[in-house]
Design a protein around this ligand. Sequence first.
Ligand code: NAD
Length: 309
Amino acid sequence: MKKVLVTGGAGFIGSALIAHLQEREYEIFVIDNLSFGNRNFIQLPDSNFYEVDLRDREAMFSTLAEVQPNWVIHLAAIHFIPYCNKNPYEAFDVNVNGTINLYDAAEAVGSVEKMFFASTAAVYPIYDDPIHENKALGPLDVYGLSKLTGERLSNEFFLKTNIPTVVCRFFNAFGPRETNPHLIPEIQQQLNEGKRTIQLGNLEPKRDFIHTSDMARAVRLLMEANIDGIDTFNLGQGMEYSVREVVEAFERQLGEKITITQNPARMRKSDRMHLLADINKLTSQTGWKPLIGLDEGIATLIELPAYEQ
Ligand SMILES: NC(=O)c1ccc[n+]([C@@H]2O[C@H](COP(=O)([O-])OP(=O)(O)OC[C@H]3O[C@@H](n4cnc5c(N)ncnc54)[C@H](O)[C@@H]3O)[C@@H](O)[C@H]2O)c1
């Protein structure tokens, strides 16, 4: 049975990935410092859970030496854009120095057969059309810059080790067990409080929302695929929705009218109007396609708390 080490496994996307992998023949190990994640999000014996900080180089080396993983899936990061902009030192320390520690430990341990790096659509500059992986890169914020550095470090890791490496640029995730105040849980929370007049920021920007269970399947298929060398894939639904359209999806599921008021405190100064993935490379190389659309995903969310404890 393959040993799969997931960093950030107690987080939003990590918990969906682990549940998905556990339905198959994989033995899961998690590294997470629980800064944003939650131990209760995953069903995993304590023996396989390492409460370790990526920045603790010694602990990273000893954990990998103990686990001897076959696959490493690197999700741990600080990723809420406003938080990264406010805390650039911390964002770089975790997302860049933490990645260096992981890659050095993975190189040293000798058991790793495949590496996965969770990157982001935030490595792209503003494009109004669907974005193909070959488009020029140009992050607009601290977070995107730290992840682009992570991509370059992934390339260095591959060049040094020859271990096949997948770089996957996630677009906007949605689903249960959110950890950060993104648009969908923010709407959900206000609705859960009984409000039918909700406060939001910019209403027109469109985003490509992808359900975490679809993401989990894509990550597994990329790990199982025969990838030589290092390769980069977008992971989105290939559909974009404006903030208004997301609210309309909630209206359809609730069967109630929702009124939006714009709160200047929630407006982001420079907002991209579009962020849409071209997913042809992923679908053609793995056979994956997204199964959960926005309405179906929101239908399952409205039953749940916006942020689980
Ligand atoms: N959620 C999205 O829409 C989205 C979009 C693009 C990319 N991503 C990327 O996907 C990955 C997972 O994101 P998520 O949405 O699940 O976020 P998350 O915050 O829920 O998960 C990140 C996990 O990493 C852990 N972590 C943070 N700093 C750590 C450290 N120093 N040491 C050990 N663990 C640490 C957190 O506790 C958390 O469990 C991240 O790399 C993120 O940048 C997410």
